[in-house]
Design a protein around this ligand. Structure first.
Ligand SMILES: [Zn+2]
Length: 303
């Protein structure tokens, strides 16, 4: 498919069509997203009752099982932020989920606050002694907040209808010189394209209406630059699609999916616990160089 489509000024080549949505390479936005873009009201309903409860019913259970691994990832992320910022300051996690990153940040001396739209996830975080507000990060929410040294958005920007609007609100609550850290799925990677185009594997990474936007390093850094943020660090996670190339098709097999996840988790824990995080970073740097990595983290500084 390469026909162009236009929706309210969002125009670009159609890359895939799934469940009445088209993914376009939007020329207006500079990144790929679905059209039509769901309204704020539609999304509010989906996330308040649906996301952690139905779509991700085992999320907390799996996260507790993964706790040691998640803590090691969160520690590395916080250490990177502390090195760039020069201290542990005030930290706002937008879409704080079950609060694991906030807990880890608090332990390391950060002053922390979370914003989480899912009532179940927010309730759990509050039960763990964290300052978390259950709401959507919109203009009203931003107006209530103080200014922060760091804003973190993990698995958020792929879900928001208008990423530019979200970044403008972030700018409002970030101190000059402060950092924004954005983690998103890394999409339309070379391996995804090979699997889909050359091996007839369905485009499993396209998930409307939950996933609206589909970023790669170039498009995410470009978006940040257009909002007066200077990208200063990027990294990727293990390219899970390699398992598909190795014949482990876990797309419709949650048990196999967990097995594959356990293998990459073990690889990372083995290298981290044996004091070889620097080698792990070098290895993942090679994946990033090749455009690979399941998720992408970009840190940028406010001018
Ligand atoms: Zn657009």
């Amino acid at each position: 498919m390469s026909d162009k489509k236009d929706w309210n000024g969002h125009e670009g080549s159609v890359l895939h069509s799934v469940n009445d949505f088209d993914v376009i390479d939007c020329e207006l936005c500079g990144f790929k997203h679905i059209i039509p873009i769901p309204s704020e009201d539609e999304l509010r309903e989906i996330y308040k009752h649906d996301y952690h409860v139905k779509e991700k019913s085992f999320m907390l259970e799996h996260q507790l099982e993964d706790r040691e691994w998640l803590d090691s990832i969160n520690d590395a992320r916080l250490e990177t932020l502390e090195n760039i910022l020069g201290k542990a300051g005030s930290f706002l996690d937008i879409g704080s989920g079950n609060g694991f990153l906030l807990s880890q940040a608090k332990k390391r001396g950060w002053t922390v606050k979370g914003i989480e739209p899912s009532d179940k996830a927010a309730e759990y975080s509050i039960s763990q002694g964290l300052d978390v507000e259950c709401c959507v990060f919109d203009q009203d929410c931003a107006n209530r907040l103080n200014k922060f040294d760091v804003i973190h958005l993990g698995d958020v920007m792929e879900h928001v209808p208008f990423p530019s609007a979200t970044l403008s609100l972030c700018n409002q609550v970030l101190r000059p010189g402060g950092l924004i850290a954005i983690g998103v799925p890394n999409e339309y990677t070379p391996v995804q394209k090979i699997l889909n185009k050359d091996m007839d594997v369905r485009p499993w990474w396209i998930a409307p209406p939950h996933h609206i936007n589909y970023f790669d390093k170039e498009s995410l850094e470009g978006l940040l630059s257009r909002h007066d943020f200077t990208p200063c660090h990027s990294e990727v996670s293990f390219p899970m699609e390699l398992f598909l190339l190795m014949g482990k098709n876990h797309l419709d097999d949650p048990k196999l999916g967990r097995d594959c996840h356990a293998m990459r988790k073990q690889l990372e824990l083995n290298l981290t616990k044996s004091g070889n995080r620097a080698f792990l970073n070098k290895l993942y740097g090679c994946f990033a160089e090749a455009g690979m990595g399941r998720t992408l983290l970009v840190i940028a500084q406010k001018k």
